[in-house]
Write a protein that binds this ligand. Sequence first.
Ligand code: ASP
Length: 582
Amino acid sequence: MRTHWCGELRPAHAGQRVAVCGWVHRRRDLGGLVFLDLRDREGVVQVVCTPQQPAHAAAQQVRPEYVVRVVGEVVIRPPHTVNPKIATGEVEIRAETLEVLNPSRTPPFEVADGDDVDESVRLRYRYLDLRRERMQRNLRLRHRLAKATRDFLDREGFWEVETPHLIRATPEGARDFLVPSRLHPGKFYVLPQSPQLLKQILMVAGVERYFQLARCFRDEDLRADRQPEFTQIDVEMSFVDRDDVLSLVERLVGYLMREALGVDVPLPFPRLSYRDALLRYGTDKPDLRYGLTIDDVTEVAKAAELRLFREAEAVRCLRIPQAASASRREVEQWVTLAVEAGAPGVLHLALQPDGPKGPLAKHLTDGLLDSMRAATGAREGDLLLFVAAAGDVASAALGKIRQQVGAQRGLAREGTFAYAWVVDFPLLEWDDQEGRYVAVHHPFTAPVDEDVDLLESQPLRVRAKAYDLVLNGVEVAGGSIRIHRRELQERVFRLLGIGPEQAQERFGFLLEAFQYGAPPHGGIAFGFDRLVMVLAGEDTIRDVIAFPKTASAVDLMMGAPSEVDEAQLREVHIAVRKPAAP
Ligand code: ASP
């Protein structure tokens, strides 16, 4: 039906008779002439219909989103009508015939604009939303990244192995989606929260290098930018240590950035310890597109004539360069942010040309001011913000301000990509609600060798062989070297409050497999949606998923979830218990 894409026509095509198909993007009727912008996946081209041609009559009938086929000659536009905003702007098609392949109802929003349309309308009419240039660009980028991932990993000797969706639980810290079994009344499959255990079993099975663009399902509480199903680039390798995995991932990312974006990222990525990340940035996923670090000034601050400082567990300071003259309102906003993040309060000190100003100024001797400057690298014109509290609380609060300042001052520049590794996570943390230790990564992560002896005596001091990859403040990947011996896995289960019987009942197949020659192994998984989101410059993963659900897990186009027939329920032996009305 077509000889060319609309979006591919250039001056080099002038003089050719072409056939193009697509959607009417815009239509302008200038009495004599009718101009159509015709759109297909590759772009928009201008079509001119003159009264002498049969196309003219048809062109008067069409409306936006009509599907048409146009045959005509490509001509160079006169210089004053060139449209530099579109790639085909130097040419137009002089239509001979215009055939309406399908009319369209008036769409609920204009595909040609569409950026400020309410998201629920966009999701309800997703097929119209996806016609928009921005969404097509995102789908294309996603495809390119998936393709480049497969190419790269194939060259590195990885096999893509599919793992089932109907499985027994693999815990990643969320709730499972259940699938009732028709053939086995009262029994259920669960949908995988990740292929974690199966990829480990593939290592026991001698696959050595596995990857999969894997769909994961997590029935999580509604918060932030989550989807009940999402995609991972899931990777597992045998006979590797941490640095092997990190180096593979760095090369993969380098390749993806070049292939999909034409960007060269410097390798290797910087590495930060978890403790340092918390101290210096107040978060384990810092945005490293800009500096603005937090300093520990506990010792220096003790010299101040201030009980608050002397008695605090820690005093931390964020230096904002050239912000001494920040308005009162601005400073108050920052203080509010920090207080919302748990800080008992914030003291500020503005290093004005005529001396330090702010509530702290009168408590500082000249000597103390000098040591503060030395500890933070502060210069005249800077603003120092202090929080006295438990160390992690103080840093987390200042970290919120850091983020805000980064955004307000445009430090987090679009189009820049700052990757970093966060390493040396603790293996366990104490969960107050559950009243037990829980795994920071997941229960299959290996402890650092030197720390294994501390497992029972000082469990919170045990570091994990785990790593996260952070990009512009977003955690894009996480993984670890795994436990591959039954005894150690059982010891860690015990610490997590999973006794021998429960371990046998839930993970017996893994423990058993470990007894038949499990190689040392480790891996990682990228949140593929998040990676595409950051690289596409979008703010939500919904914009890089073809058919996402709303924040409340609803598919507005298909209308899922929905009720099902009584007969279907009976077949799977389910009786619905509706929650009592609130
Ligand atoms: N399965 C882990 C996750 O989904 C990633 C990994 O450890 O490879 O977070």
